[in-house]
Design a protein around this ligand. Structure first.
Ligand code: MN
Length: 139
């Protein structure tokens, strides 16, 4: 089971994300600000991080920079979540070291595709077998 760290100060967003991730079969752990996000990334070693950018104590950009400059956490994919689809936000997030980006309000199915894509990239060739659960799924 893949473990996902949700760094989000907004309780409603945090609860929505963790509940829906759990329903998709992910193990979700949470942090409420950027500093806590770094601490929990180090202790829990999640497979991926969903990082709100607007956070107290330490914002998501700075927290991501620190995670990506630390050899124990730099391999963990980070998806930035920003409140505004402002032009430049995506570039700023990628510049800070984020691997992908999503704008709020979150479209959950699309976010899950990004999560699964990054997790697959992370495990690389080790992933094997056909995905029988996809059989029968149609538009
Ligand atoms: Mn926030």
């Amino acid at each position: 089971m893949s473990k996902i760290l949700v760094v989000e100060d907004n309780e409603l967003n945090r609860d929505m994300l963790t509940r829906r991730l759990a329903r998709k079969g992910f193990e979700a752990v949470v942090a409420l600000d950027g500093r806590q996000g770094i601490a929990i990334a180090r202790s829990e070693r999640p497979d991926l991080i969903l990082m709100d950018m607007s956070l107290p104590v330490l914002d998501g950009w700075e927290a991501t920079r620190q995670l990506k400059s630390d050899s124990t956490t730099r391999h963990i994919p980070v998806i930035a979540l920003t409140a505004h689809a402002m032009s430049g936000d995506r570039e700023r997030a990628l510049e800070a070291g984020c691997d992908d980006y999503d704008a709020k309000p979150i479209e959950f199915a699309g976010l899950v595709k990004k999560i699964e894509g990054l997790l697959k990239k992370e495990t690389g060739e080790e992933e094997k077998g056909d995905r029988s659960q996809e059989t029968g799924v149609s538009g």
